[in-house]
Design a protein around this ligand. Structure first.
Ligand SMILES: *Cc1c(COP(=O)(O)O)cnc(C)c1O
Length: 436
């Protein structure tokens, strides 16, 4: 089993009935740092990073690039840099974060379907290693800015392989009707254009990303087959020798018992097998896992507060966070698993709905879960919140964003500080004409 197949961080255990993560009591963490609190378990994070590397180790030319958008903070970047990962970035903010964390910029790929001139300028200035060129407009823009700066940009052509994988509509990206990439009928045109006119672009390979929270290896096999055939076809038709294939990210994780994501070794085998079917001259392969790297290492701790029972019998228990720190349930109907961190020996269990504190009826973290009876002030742990929680968090209802702590070997360190009330108003200003 690989770590993306666990609901909880690998260090999760009960001691005297109390939940411990990274050797520390979750209740103690909640007391010390306040709630809501994001917690990242370093052993789980490093563990899955190493599993990925191990799984692909027979594959000589492989580059692991963490998809920063899943959770981009300086400490997480530092850890994955130490583990030998590069970074897939989507914005100036992510590029700046990895740059300031000391990452070698040639290990960075700049992605996205509408990179702005300012972001491209920054990426070129900092020496980002690869650009995934998504559309005609962007190829022209990147070439123009590179030319102005007198530099060349190494690029991958982002392709829409036309694969439908079984995931939520919003997180499916490889189908033909998608805002991302060139479809296979457009690749010859863009390559001809670049070869003839965009002298500051150097094509290195092709790139695709077929979606997120993928459970079927067949989706990857189909993708790799399309990409390997396409790169061989391009090389032949355009007399090129492109040798980089970026297959994107997307491997699923286990949020609840109903989820059965594949093992990373099975993914590696499927990818290698498919490649070898078509060529013995294996191209460099890039992987961009985001969710499967960071999700399992993260939990969110909340404090239970009010509760109510409605006439149909449903019981709501509210916690001190919700859709602003974890928008996924309200956005994608995402499911999560939770437990009470405190010792609950002797309590009866009951079915409840775990609600958030925000002013939206849709602010429900878990629709229905059977737990020991929750008391006010209990610490509630929601599992698998490392990915797309903090990175999608907002200040809805003008609530401060939580802190994040890193735990390892019974030690805890703040890696993102909780916002203060002062932080919330620090960017506001009142025009002087209102002060009359
Ligand atoms: C979002 C994204 C990823 C990461 O997806 P996960 O499902 O988090 O692994 C990788 N590559 C690209 C191009 C993406 O847009």
């Amino acid at each position: 089993m690989s770590i993306n197949q666990y609901i909880k961080p690998i260090t999760a255990e009960r001691k005297d009935g109390e939940l411990y993560i990274g050797g520390i009591s979750a209740v103690e963490l909640a007391k010390k740092y306040g709630t809501p609190l994001y917690v990242i378990d370093e052993a789980t994070l490093r563990g899955i990073a190493r599993e990925y590397k191990e799984a692909f180790k027979d594959y000589k030319n492989v580059r692991m690039m963490y998809a920063s958008k899943a959770l981009c903070t300086s400490a997480v970047t530092k850890i994955l840099d130490e583990e030998g990962f590069g970074f897939d970035t989507i914005s100036a903010g992510e590029i700046y974060t990895v740059y300031k964390a000391g990452v070698k910029m040639e290990k960075v790929l700049f992605n996205g379907n509408n990179k702005t001139p300012r972001e491209i300028e920054l990426a070129l200035r900092l020496g980002v290693g690869r650009y995934s060129v998504d559309n005609f407009y962007e190829a022209e823009l990147l070439n123009k800015i590179a030319e102005e700066k007198g530099v060349k940009a190494d690029i991958l052509i982002r392709i829409t392989p036309g694969i439908e994988c079984h995931t939520h509509d919003y997180i499916q990206t490889g189908q033909i009707d998608s805002k991302f990439g060139f479809d296979l009928t457009q690749t010859d045109e863009i390559i001809t254009l670049i070869k003839n006119e965009y002298k500051n672009l150097v094509i290195r390979g092709i790139h695709a990303h077929i979606g997120s929270q993928i459970f079927e290896l067949q989706s990857y096999t189909d993708e790799v087959e399309i990409l390997i055939k396409e790169i061989m076809r391009i090389n032949e038709v355009h007399s090129l020798s492109l040798d980089e294939i970026n297959i994107g990210g997307g491997l699923g994780v286990k949020y609840t018992d109903g989820d059965n994501p594949p093992d990373v070794h099975a993914l590696a085998d499927a990818v290698a097998k498919t490649m070898k079917k078509y060529t013995s001259n294996l191209p460099t392969i890039d992987l961009e896992p985001g969710r499967s790297i960071i999700s399992t290492s993260g939990i969110t701790l909340y404090t239970a507060g009010s509760s109510k029972v409605v006439p149909n019998g449903r019981k709501y228990v509210a916690v001190d966070g919700g859709m602003a720190d974890n928008p996924r349930p309200s956005m994608y109907q995402a499911k999560y698993f939770a437990e009470i961190a405190d010792n609950t020996d002797g309590r009866e269990t009951e079915k409840i709905t775990l609600a958030g504190r925000y002013c939206e009826s849709g602010d429900i973290l878990i629709e229905e879960i059977e737990l020991p009876q929750i008391k006010a002030d209990d610490t509630i742990c929601v599992y698998n919140t490392g990915a797309y929680n903090y990175s999608m968090a907002s200040n809805y209802n003008r609530v401060e964003k939580p802190s994040m702590v890193l735990v390892n070997n019974s030690q805890s360190d703040i890696i993102v500080s909780r916002e203060s009330l002062e932080d919330l108003i620090s960017k506001d200003s009142i025009p002087s004409r209102l002060n009359k």
